[in-house]
Design a protein around this ligand. Sequence first.
Ligand code: TGC
Length: 398
Amino acid sequence: VTAPRIDAVFDLDALLGEEEREWQQKARAFAQERILPVIEDDFETKHFRHELVKELGAAGFLGMHLQGYGCAGAGAVSYGLVCLELEAADSGWRTFVSVQGSLAMSAIHRYGSEEQKQRWLPGMAAGDLIGCFALTEPQGGSDPAGMTTTARRDGDGWVIDGAKRWIGLGSLADVAVVWAKVDDGAGDGRGDGGRAVRGFLVPTSTRGFTATPIEGKLSMRASVQCDIVLDGVRVGDDAILPGAKGLSGPFGCLNEARYGIVWGAMGAARSCLEAAIERSTSREVFGRPIGANQLVQAKLADMFLEVEKGILLALHLGRLKERGALTAAQISVGKLNSVREALHIAHEARAILAGDGITNAWPVMRHAANLESVRTYEGTDEIHQLILGRELTGLSAF
Ligand code: TGC
């Protein structure tokens, strides 16, 4: 059973424009031809397949929703469909595209000077340069306001000290978007303890910058997440992002990445559903395919409902985004729902696959393991519940 059969039941295609369908087909072909044949091995051996980066660039997927500077300037729905198809292969590759395009490139595109954009964006769009987004710190990621990394004025430049953790692509990156607290005078007067958050573009070759891949991951094994140490990292005045003042800077980029996850997680879910359907029709127990049992059909039907509802929600958010009307709370609805339902679908698919479901003959455990990371990064389930709780009550529970 292939994805088109599931799509055909609901005819999502009818809701898409021609250009959107083309982006989706291109991403589906890329995932099937370049990622799927190697992903189980790469996941097993913890191998990041670097050569795919330039191919992703050549396909136009890197920063594809941005205008100019070598970026494709595609619509939000097209970008979402690409996220869905890449994550249908593996969350690690959708994460790559998110970190590069939605976080690092978006930060430069939104907040950078013209010179910064010219210096970094064309190379990043092509996949010649890699970026990372250094926000989360070792003590936790849910409260960026509590960050302890600092940047202090030193002559005509800055010196950055601190540590970051769980930074995707950190050791592969050419440039890190580092968020740090500076003296109020250099910020906008907001922030914690009289200091405001600003962003800095730090070439990773700068002395004092170290990125070390985190070992022992049982999730996202085909991608790289790092510890970063910033030890007296000296950068010029031209490293600061002029347009980002306060925490709304990094949050603006997180909104972009969270939006991509709304779509992407449904790709992982769709793959798990496909595996469950395939096994339901090919494995026989008690003398007939397991899919002929009502309990199995009920599970498949429920999984299918959630995939289709999740994609429709993503499409609705995408259309809002294209009109410039998408709010952060609406993104929270999508991120919370997509990842929670995708994980549930992965678990149900694993149960239908029985013992085979725990092997890498099927993609289901890999997706389930990856989704545990997706559930945690870019705002945990609980953070998004509390964002929605605040939206509904007007009361902050943070
Ligand atoms: P508060 O601290 O009061 O607000 C700070 C300022 O930020 C604004 N803001 C937003 N702006 C745009 N979009 C959003 N989604 C925003 N959320 C907050 C806010 O309006 C305020 O602006 P201003 O101008 O008034 O200063 O924060 P809050 O009370 O609004 O939010 C609290 C909370 C818990 C919701 C927020 O801190 C939060 O979302 N926490 C979760 C952070 C998170 O997602 N961390 C994970 C990051 S993942 C990562 O770093 C790894 S990247 C992936 C990889 O490398 O692989």
